[in-house]
Design a protein around this ligand. Structure first.
Ligand code: NDP
Ligand code: ZN
Length: 352
């Protein structure tokens, strides 16, 4: 089969590989809509997960089941499915402890284009199909549903990690596709004042659509100072980090009220340590919590997220700024993600 792969750090290209086979619990899926991710860019061009040779890229897909293992109960060839980016081993002790994303090891629930080949192929393998696939409901289009596999689940997880509750004032740092879904998630969870930090005009427009009440430009000066000024020195209840760098945590601690919480889903590619400002952290006694994590995956979460699209509580279509048709278009779509032009939020490639 044909596939689009990372040949080595800094290099991508088309390769031929054997088609994958399903074990008893697994499924083989043919993609019908796929999307490149900022994580693919980090994987290839920043060497974020170390060197990989001829590894098929991609972890965001909606597809059609072509084969299932003999123990799979709820899926059959021909079914249209949403495939979460994170496909844990549900019987692992980490899953039993409530952290499926770390099943069998830190971050190891993230398998596609990490520990095994990804979804930018004519066919790809899904472990534990009954626990990791979700049926695509009639009436939800595949391109929209691809946004659920990583962008929505990750962005919402930022809001979950911060523990947003009714009436909270919330800052979302970063309004790429992930941060935009943190804005939407925080909004659904009841945020009142919602400050979104970013600059690209298309993202700013979308942030307002998803519920941002104020936009903060990080190029106009320290974002903690800007937030403190807007809140008369009080700060906010929750901060969600979906952009920035290691120094963003110090800013987040500064702009947080005592008892507040930070939820971060940002990938940290540089810097060995995260500094916490001692005084603003209440000299160690400020009850300012920091939670950071990889999004959970699996079927139940996907089914719940798609139900938000079905009931029109969440419109993911505003994330898709560039639509390509045909498998070979995955290459320009990934390059677009790498170059991040001003009018880009998220590209999607529809194969069928
Ligand atoms: P983007 O690059 O599209 O968005 C980044 C955002 O951060 C932009 O809005 C950008 O602003 C803003 N930003 C950049 N620098 C700063 C700064 N110094 N201070 C404040 N804001 C800044 O990324 P994505 O939305 O695609 O992804 C966000 C992060 O989430 C990435 O690190 C990605 O790897 C990670 N991720 C994590 C997952 C998880 O499970 N934890 C899963 C998927 C992704 P501007 O408008 O100027 O561009
Ligand atoms: Zn992704």
């Amino acid at each position: 089969m044909k596939a689009f792969a990372m040949l080595e750090v800094g290099k991508v290209g088309w390769i031929e590989k054997d088609s994958p086979k399903a074990g008893p619990l697994d499924a083989i899926v043919r993609p019908i809509a796929i999307a490149p991710c900022t994580s693919d860019v980090h994987t290839v061009w920043a060497g974020a997960i170390g060197d990989r040779k001829n590894m098929i890229l991609g972890h965001e897909a909606v597809g059609e089941v072509v084969e299932v293992g003999k123990l799979v109960k709820d899926f059959k060839p021909g079914d249209k499915v949403i495939v979460p980016a994170i496909t844990p081993d549900w019987g692992s002790l980490e899953s039993q402890a409530g952290f499926p994303q770390h099943s069998t090891g830190m971050l190891a629930g993230w398998k596609f284009s990490n520990f095994k080949d990804g979804v930018f192929a004519e066919y790809f393998h899904v472990n534990e199909a009954d626990a990791n696939l979700a049926h695509l409901p009639e009436g939800v289009n595949p391109a929209d549903a691809v946004m659920l596999t990583d962008m929505v689940t990750t962005g919402f997880h930022g809001a979950e990690l911060a523990g947003v509750t009714l009436g909270d004032s919330v800052v979302v740092v970063g309004i790429g596709p992930v941060g935009l879904m943190s804005v939407a998630g925080a909004n659904l969870m009841g945020a009142s004042h919602l400050y979104a930090v970013g600059t690209r005009p298309k993202c700013v427009e979308a942030a307002k659509f998803y519920g941002a009440t104020d936009i903060i430009n990080y190029k106009d000066g320290d974002i903690a100072d800007q937030i403190l000024e807007k809140t008369h020195g009080k700060g906010v209840d929750k901060v969600i980090i979906a952009g920035g760098n290691v120094d963003t945590f110090a800013q987040a601690v500064k702009m947080l009220k005592p008892g507040g919480a930070i939820g971060s889903v940002n990938y940290l590619g540089e810097g060995d340590y995260i500094k916490i400002p001692r005084v603003e952290w209440g000299v160690g006694m400020g009850h300012k919590r920091i939670n950071a994590g990889l999004t959970p995956g699996g079927r139940l979460r996907m089914e719940k997220l798609v139900s938000l699209v079905e009931t029109k509580k969440l419109d993911v279509s505003k994330l898709i700024t560039h639509k390509f048709t045909g498998f070979k278009e995955v290459e320009p779509a990934l390059m677009l993600m790498k170059d991040k032009p001003a009018d880009l939020i998220k590209p999607v490639v529809v194969i069928e």
